[in-house]
Design a protein around this ligand. Structure first.
Ligand code: GLY
Length: 326
C-alpha cells in the first residue's frame, strides 16, 4: 500500500465524503469572526460547536464534518521558519455530539488514514493521554498497533482545550513517520524532523471552570482536527506545508514579481516567501469575512499581517505595490 498523491482540494473532499458516508452532516466552514466572545478569531474546528458541547444549544445533527477556516497568531514568529507553523490553516474535523465515542472515532480515523489516504500502517505512530488506558487498549486490541508504537503523553500534549476554560478532554494523536529507517527503539514524537502530527482526536468530556475544576459534560463528545496542509505535505511528498499546492502558487507569484527563483533562493529569502504565502491567505480570508484593518482587536491582527506581507516583500526586493497581485 502506498500513500495517494492528492491535491489539497481532493484531500478536503475525500475527508468530507468519508464522514458523509458514515452519517455525518457536511456543514460549511463558519466565519473567521466567531460568535464566541472569548476569542477574537476562529481558532479551531470545534469553536462553532462549543455551545452544543456545553449543552447550551440543542444539537441539530448527532454527527457533523467540516473543513473549518482557522487563524492562530500565537506562533506568528515561527511562520516560515519551521516546516508547518501557520497563521491561516484549514482544520478538517469530524464531530460527535453525544453520539459515538472513542472506539468509533479511533476506528474511523484509522480507516481514513490507511485506506482512503493510503498511509502505510507501519509509518504511523499514535499517542494517548498518560492515564487513558481505554484509548490505549482500543489502539492495541481493536486496531492492532504494537504497544511500543502507542506513546503515553502528559497533559501538555494530550489533553486538549480550546482555551483556559470551556470544553476539553484527553486526546489521541496520529503521527506520520518520515524516517522509519531510524527504527522503533527511539521513538520521540517531539522530533519534528522525523514525525508530523496530522490528526488529533479529542474525547471531549469535561468542562473546565475558571478555577481549573473539571466537571463531566452531560454528553461524551468527539472533536477532531486534521490539518489539511499537513496531510497535503505528507501525500504530496514535499519538505514542508508551504510547498504544497495549497500555498506554493502564492509563493511562486511573489517570487515571480521579485524576479527570483524559489528553488535557488537562500534560506532568508525562502522564509520571506513563506511568510508572504502564509499571511496572504490569512489576509484574504479575514477580508472576505468582513474584517477591516484597524488599530484594535481583530482589525489590528489584519493590519499586522498586511504590514508583515509588505515588509517581507521589501526584504526580497519588491519595491512597488504587490499585495493585490499575490
Ligand atoms: N480541536 C482539536 C484540535 O484543534 O486539534
Amino acid at each position: 500500500m502506498s500513500a495517494k498523491k492528492l491535491t489539497g482540494n481532493e484531500i478536503r473532499q475525500k475527508f468530507l465524503d468519508f464522514y458523509a458516508q458514515r452519517e455525518h452532516a457536511i456543514l460549511p466552514s463558519a466565519s473567521l469572526v466567531p460568535e464566541d466572545p472569548t476569542v477574537l478569531l476562529t481558532i479551531a474546528g470545534m469553536l462553532p460547536f462549543k455551545p452544543i458541547f456545553l449543552g447550551q444549544q440543542p444539537r441539530k445533527y448527532p454527527r457533523a464534518t467540516t473543513s473549518q477556516k482557522c487563524i492562530r497568531t500565537n506562533d506568528i514568529e515561527n511562520v516560515g521558519r519551521t516546516a508547518r507553523h501557520h497563521t491561516f490553516f484549514e482544520m478538517l474535523g469530524n464531530f460527535s455530539f453525544g453520539d459515538y465515542f472513542k472506539p468509533e472515532a479511533i476506528a474511523f480515523a484509522w480507516e481514513l488514514s490507511t485506506k482512503t489516504f493510503g498511509l502505510p500502517p507501519d509509518r504511523l505512530v499514535v499517542s494517548v493521554f498518560r492515564e487513558d488506558d481505554e484509548a490505549f487498549a482500543i489502539w492495541r486490541d481493536q486496531i492492532g498497533i504494537p504497544a511500543h508504537r502507542i506513546q503515553r503523553m502528559g497533559e501538555e500534549d494530550n489533553f486538549w482545550a480550546s482555551g483556559p476554560t470551556g470544553p476539553c478532554g484527553p486526546c489521541s494523536e496520529i503521527y506520520y513517520d518520515f524516517h522509519p529507517e531510524l527504527g522503533d527503539e527511539n521513538i520521540d514524537l517531539e522530533d519534528d524532523s522525523r514525525f508530523i502530527e496530522f490528526y488529533n482526536l479529542v474525547f471531549m468530556q469535561y468542562n473546565r471552570d475558571a478555577q481549573g475544576n473539571l466537571t463531566p459534560l452531560e454528553n461524551r463528545n468527539i472533536d477532531t482536527g486534521m490539518g489539511l496542509e499537513r496531510m497535503a505535505q505528507i501525500l504530496q511528498k514535499v519538505p514542508n506545508n508551504y510547498e504544497t499546492d495549497l500555498i506554493f502558487p502564492i509563493i511562486k507569484t511573489a517570487a515571480d514579481i521579485a524576479g527570483i527563483d524559489y528553488g535557488k533562493s537562500d534560506d532568508k529569502t525562502k522564509v520571506s516567501l513563506k511568510v508572504i504565502g502564509d499571511h496572504v491567505r490569512a489576509v484574504a480570508n479575514l477580508i472576505a469575512d468582513g474584517v477591516t484593518a484597524s488599530n484594535v482587536g481583530r482589525g489590528y491582527i489584519l493590519r499586522r499581517l498586511i504590514r508583515r506581507v509588505v515588509r517581507h516583500g521589501r526584504l526580497i526586493g519588491i519595491s512597488g505595490e504587490f499585495t493585490s497581485k499575490v
